[in-house]
Design a protein around this ligand. Structure first.
Ligand code: GLU
Length: 311
């Protein structure tokens, strides 16, 4: 049974936040995202018993953007294992998500897999041996499986919108290639990356998809292993230290749980052994993290005693 306290807390959070006027700014550097209504807020929490508490716009699909980097990393680790760490680091960047300067002085090895440069390397790994179409099919199939939902799709309009304006990412990819840290043609890596970021999901679907990270690497519905529990722990550690770009320290301080944000305003958060959570509200703070989403997670983790640093 889903705890009554959790259901009540989720409803209360949505009610409190619906009254908030300061919601941050919608990402507008991807034209297709600039038109999203900032008045939306959704939350979904999947617990260990397989129950789901939801409130607000939990059934509205949104662009998961960088949240996809968690799933892409999972697939890349499945493909080449720990050798990926020769090509990408595991340290917080302390820099903007799309920074290019750090890449120069660190000689083409991105700080972590969740900044754009690192995610491009991850996309390159997923792409190796495949066409972009097949690689993206693999990402989608993985999501269909972990979320128990075959309706999850790639929003082509968002992908094309980013493709047309993604000059910084193109610069990062070319730079990585110059350092020999991309193996596939730059345009193919970029195409794969943009389409992976353009996956549309609802909070409900995202909370379902994150369960393998919350529950020891296992897919709760079938009981099968998605990743080893060690790997799930490590992905969670990266989410905690690097999941909010250069806002990661502040997020750990305020919320205290592993989480990954995206500029579409979504955040996937994982409470090991207890819950997989998705929140979404399109307005972002200066670091590119959802304002109401972060606030919602702070309230939830406090009230439920879910911080990994103690209750
Ligand atoms: N597709 C976006 C970009 O590469 C993702 C950024 C994000 O969500 O942080 O700029």
């Amino acid at each position: 049974m889903m705890s009554e306290k959790l259901a009540e807390t989720v409803a209360e959070i949505a009610a409190t936040l619906s009254a908030r006027a300061d919601r941050g700014r919608v990402a507008d550097y991807i034209p297709e995202l600039a038109g999203v209504d900032p008045g939306q807020f959704g939350i979904a929490v999947a617990d260990a018993g397989g129950h789901m508490a939801t409130a607000g716009d939990a059934a509205t699909p949104f662009s998961i953007q960088s949240v996809s980097k968690v799933f892409a990393l999972t697939l890349a680790l499945g493909k080449i294992g720990d050798s990926i760490w020769h090509r990408v680091g595991r340290e917080p960047s302390g820099n903007a998500f799309n920074s290019i300067t750090q890449l120069e002085y660190e000689k083409g090895i991105p700080r972590n897999p969740f900044i754009n440069a690192g995610a491009l390397v991850v996309s390159d790994v997923i792409l190796s041996g495949h066409t972009p179409k097949v690689a993206l099919g693999e990402v989608l199939r993985f999501l269909h499986f972990v979320a128990d939902d075959e309706t999850i799709f790639i929003d082509d309009k968002v992908a094309r919108s980013e493709e047309a304006t993604g000059f910084r990412n193109a610069a990062l990819a070319n730079y990585l290639r110059a350092f020999g840290n991309l193996k596939n043609p730059v345009e193919m890596v970029l195409g794969t990356y943009f389409h992976q970021c353009a996956i549309a999901m609802t909070c409900r679907q995202l909370a379902m998809a994150g369960r393998y990270l919350a529950f020891g690497g296992r897919h709760p519905t079938s009981g099968g292993g998605v990743v080893s529990s060690d790997r799930a722990k490590r992905i969670n550690a990266l989410m905690l230290t690097c999941g909010h770009y250069d806002g990661s320290g502040d997020f750990a301080f305020r919320v205290g749980i592993p989480a990954k944000s995206g500029v579409g305003g979504g955040i996937l958060a994982v409470v090991p052994g207890k819950a997989s959570i998705a929140v979404w509200s399109p307005g972002l703070d200066a670091q590119g993290n959802s304002v109401l989403g972060s606030d919602a997670l702070e309230m939830l983790s406090r009230r439920m005693g879910w911080s990994v640093f103690g209750d």
